[in-house]
Design a binder for this molecule. Structure first.
Ligand code: ADP
Ligand code: MG
Length: 442
């Protein structure tokens, strides 16, 4: 029976969730109408009850063919029993003191030019906690700060299980302090944050703007941890200097280590992120649909994810795959923009391949002969094969209107005069494009 229960549960969850949350989960006892589970970590127990309670109930109903109650006991590991009664933080066990979202790992984080620095420093911090201290991550809403800071948590959880890692939002930090004041337990609060943790991951510090009391508390917590070489990671929606109404001494502490900014992703990175998100959901969306979403929601990846989930849900419910038309309808965005973007991107892509140059070169101001050549061919194709306007072409290649007009004319003359080299180049690019573009234009 035990195997049956565990197997059925496992089937309902994806592997990552299983590994993250059910690692120490097991059946302890089966009574006539109740199953008692056990798990090795108090926080995980609470989390499982909250998040997976109904799934567990449902599974038991299926396995037993009737309604079963269940309970999850918290069974500390051996070493834990030997330690002090009131000391929940025990060495030799993974100690994430706040549940982390199992999806927010380094593996699931797409690296692009916008977040490369933040990503690399976060990874370094995770590999060598205490070395780059503090790490201050900042960037606009929905650009991946929480993802990175939680990824550090996961990494430590996995590779450095002895460390006591705490992740919490600044709001929670404040609430806990307030609570401790109410209960007359400030000393305990201080001890907990100043001497019982090895890594402090503090999210959304901008929440403390203007709240001087808690800033003072954080200042002392910070010093204490910092002085004993404990790693601190702080996230904020703005850089330290823009934290107005923040104590200067705290702002200067934030700048003592590494300050890393996450920028908005470019379209290519955004497309990769969208692809990754869909893959994590175990779903599939058409490439042009992904591009549509990426082009409209690149300034906030939380909204991007929301849009993708909406489309995935629609697909699941309607049992038909969402096309560009349907996606733009569901998300109330225009698909025309993306069609143009798709053409642009495919053309640029084809030119890079055929001329063996980089996107940066072709979209930049390079004066290299081969790059100029690729641009000329590109402009000609954009006009004659895609019917883009001169204005659109000028925008795409970063050239003035008259230059574009002149260039296209020049290429036309070369073709008409039977120049095989140019003709060949054009043919190759078109050949490259035809398979890819045909779905969209025929
Ligand atoms: P922030 O904390 O900066 O407001 P989050 O970390 O909550 O933003 O990110 C918003 C969403 O976007 C989350 O679902 C997160 O997993 C996802 N996300 C952000 N950046 C990336 C990335 N580079 N790769 C994959 N997913 C990302
Ligand atoms: Mg966040």
């Amino acid at each position: 029976m035990r195997e049956k229960i565990i197997e059925s549960l496992k089937l309902k969850l994806n592997r990552r969730v299983w590994e993250s949350w059910f690692g120490t989960f097991d059946v302890k006892e089966i009574d006539t109408d109740c199953v008692i589970f056990q798990v090795g970590n108090l926080f995980i127990r609470d989390w499982l009850e909250k998040k997976y309670g109904s799934l567990i109930s449902k599974t038991l109903r299926e396995v037993f063919g009737k309604q079963m109650n269940f309970r999850i006991d918290y069974a500390p590991a051996q070493s834990q029993e030997e330690s002090e009664q009131d000391e929940p933080l025990v060495k030799k066990r993974p100690l994430i003191l706040t549940p982390l979202n199992p999806i927010l790992t380094f593996e699931n984080f797409v690296v692009g030019p916008n977040n490369m620095f933040a990503y690399s420093t976060s990874l370094e911090v995770a590999k060598n906690p205490g070395k780059y201290n503090p790490l201050f991550l900042h960037g606009g809403v929905g650009l991946g700060k929480t993802h990175l800071v939680q990824a550090i948590g996961h990494y430590l959880f996995k590779n450095n299980p002895d460390l006591r890692v705490i992740y919490l939002t600044s709001e929670r930090f404040l609430n806990e302090l307030v609570d401790s004041i109410k209960k007359n337990k400030v000393q305990e609060f201080r001890e907990r944050f100043r001497s019982k943790i090895d890594v402090l991951l503090l999210d959304d510090v901008q929440f403390l703007i203007g709240k001087s009391g808690i800033q003072t508390e954080l200042f002392h917590t910070f010093n204490e941890l910092y002085n004993s070489g404990k790693q601190i990671v702080v996230c904020s929606d703005r850089d330290p200097q823009q934290l107005e109404r923040f104590q200067d001494r705290l702002v200067s502490r934030f700048q003592m280590g590494v300050v890393a900014k996450i920028e908005k992703p470019d379209e290519e990175t955004c497309f990769k992120i969208a692809t990754k998100m869909v893959q994590i959901e175990g779903a599939q969306l058409k490439e042009d649909v992904l591009k549509l979403v990426a082009s409209h929601f690149s300034d906030n990846l939380r909204r991007l994810r929301g849009a993708l989930i909406k489309l995935i849900m629609y697909q699941q419910i309607s049992n038909e795959s969402v096309d560009l038309q349907k996606a733009s309808e569901l998300l109330s965005v225009s698909s025309l923009v993306t069609q143009k973007v798709s053409v642009d991107e495919k053309l640029i892509d084809a030119l890079c391949k055929v001329f063996n140059i980089t996107q940066k070169e072709i979209l930049g101001k390079s004066r290299k002969r081969i790059v100029m050549n690729a641009k000329q061919v590109g402009m000609f194709i954009a006009k004659n094969h895609f019917g883009l306007s001169l204005r659109q072409i000028a925008e795409l290649f970063g050239r003035s209107h008259p230059t574009v007009s002149h260039t296209i004319q020049k290429v036309e003359e070369l073709v008409n005069s039977g120049n095989v080299v140019v003709k060949n180049q054009i043919d190759q690019v078109i050949k490259h494009l035809t398979d890819k573009v045909s779905n969209q234009f025929v």
